[in-house]
Design a protein around this ligand. Sequence first.
Ligand SMILES: [Zn+2]
Ligand SMILES: [Zn+2]
Length: 194
Amino acid sequence: MAYYSTEVAGFVSLFFYASFFEWILHRFLMHEPFWTYPFRSHALIHHGIFRSGPTYFLAQDEDLKKVRFAWWNAPLILGLHALLLLWIQHLLHVNIFFGGMAALGLYYLLYEYLHFCMHVPNERWIEKTVWFSWLDSHHHMHHKRHFNNLNVVLPLADFVFGTLVPARDRIPMPQRPGKSLALTPESPANSPLN
Ligand SMILES: [Zn+2]
Ligand SMILES: [Zn+2]
């Protein structure tokens, strides 16, 4: 019983931790030129292609790769955290490794999936939820103001660090004639939510 309770505590703690890790990574590695690779691929390329208003959405399929992280980011980030969690588990003599890694893996998957749905909408069920609508508006504001709303999944760190700017302007999906992502002009999802 104690084994499971520490793993559950590890899951909850690491999910909250991930909000702060996401914020720091996004603010200092992806928006400051300390390390050329993440700055270039995010601040220059991702934000250069995806701006605010209609340019928030994918306009041409060639830019699909500019929405997601490179494949090797996941094993790098999760691998380093696996070592850290094993070390903490060893120091504290509590089992948190599997719960903690599950939380980090889930957070990473949510980041990639939600961020993809934000820039490449396609009438998925999740896009119609109030929760996603709020997160989508939150991220749209980040594409207007690069040093605000740095969280994509859980804006806890934005709230704690004072970078949360309330956003209500979720914008309608643009039409893409001839593409699967296109909506008809009559579609209810084509009208502004706010
Ligand atoms: Zn984005
Ligand atoms: Zn950014």
